[in-house]
Design a protein around this ligand. Structure first.
Ligand SMILES: Nc1ncnc2c1ncn2[C@@H]1O[C@H](COP(=O)(O)OP(=O)(O)OP(=O)(O)O)[C@@H](O)[C@H]1O
Ligand SMILES: [Mg+2]
Length: 265
């Protein structure tokens, strides 16, 4: 469960405006209280649709329609990734309001966010144009004490041959992107940001998130990252881009980490 300050700082309704020129395009719709209450009460998707105020339903249909009936949905913080199995073709594509309510009502990730809410932060739906994203183009960037320390592919552990040659370019591009666009503009010292990157385009921000023992750090582990939080960070230090550098077949994350020496010491 996120802390109150985390809920605030990492909610897309807070960070989208200052970063929208470099983020995936998003339409934010505030959820009416009756709908939030229905979602909290663990009801079926039809029950949620029934309590939807007419104007909100109209606005929602309009947004989905404007996104060519081909959208991706999140709440302020999370996507309903665990509802994938209920979707057509195992893709969380939103083609109409029924898809949207089905994903929201079947996802435990979303239910947990809705139930953990005791604060005054309004709930939003964040709708984005559906994008075919190549898994090798997704990276999670780890910022500690306002310094970019680590870059990991989000598709981990998967071997991509081009990471070896393109590694220096990936490091340079993301370091410059971070310094020019994010450093000093995000209200935290420690956080992760997710990007998609496909040359020659500029990276696009997918999300920001807190960094703690529950954060998925993919190629990195909390055990090696957490000590950096209490250390003075060198100002000029290149981030470590960690990727699988050989096709070693199927292995667990624990195996993978074991095989890669701790690079921060
Ligand atoms: N607009 C989009 N269209 C299609 N797929 C998307 C879109 N945005 C994100 N995805 C896919 O969904 C995945 C999860 O998205 P995202 O990182 O925004 O969710 P999240 O709930 O914040 O995840 P986490 O809990 O890991 O931070 C991404 O890795 C990407 O593959
Ligand atoms: Mg996220």
């Amino acid at each position: 469960m996120l802390e109150l300050q985390d809920l605030k700082d990492f909610s897309i309704h807070r960070w989208y405006e200052p970063f929208k020129h470099i983020a995936l395009q998003t339409v934010l719709l505030e959820l009416p209280e009756v709908v939030v209450d229905k979602l909290k009460s663990d009801d079926s998707d039809t029950d949620v649709a029934e309590v939807c105020p007419v104007e909100f339903m109209g606005a929602l249909k309009n947004v989905i329609n404007n996104l060519d009936n081909n959208a991706f949905v999140k709440n302020n913080w999370h996507a309903p990734m665990d509802a994938k199995m209920f979707s057509f073709g195992n893709e969380l594509k939103v083609t109409n309001v029924n898809d949207l309510f089905l994903y929201l009502t079947t996802s435990n990730i979303i239910a947990e966010d809705f139930s953990s809410q005791q604060s005054s932060i309004p709930f939003y739906l964040a709708l984005k144009p559906w994008k075919s994203i190549h898994p090798a183009s997704e990276f999670r960037c780890i910022v500690i004490n306002n310094v970019l320390r680590g870059i990991t592919p989000r598709d981990w552990p998967t071997y991509y041959a081009h990471f070896k040659d393109e590694g220096p370019l990936i490091i340079d591009t993301l370091t410059n992107f971070f310094k020019e666009n994010i450093l000093g503009r995000f209200p935290r010292k420690h956080y992760i940001f997710d990007v998609i990157m496909s040359y020659p385009d500029q990276p696009s921000i997918v999300d920001f998130g807190p960094i703690n023992s529950k954060t998925n750090l993919y190629a990195f582990s909390w055990r090696e990252i957490s000590p950096l939080i209490n250390k003075d960070s060198p100002e000029e230090v290149a981030p470590i881009f960690r990727y699988l550098d050989s096709d070693i077949g199927i292995m667990t994350k624990a195996d993978a980490i074991y095989k890669i020496a701790n690079a921060f010491t």
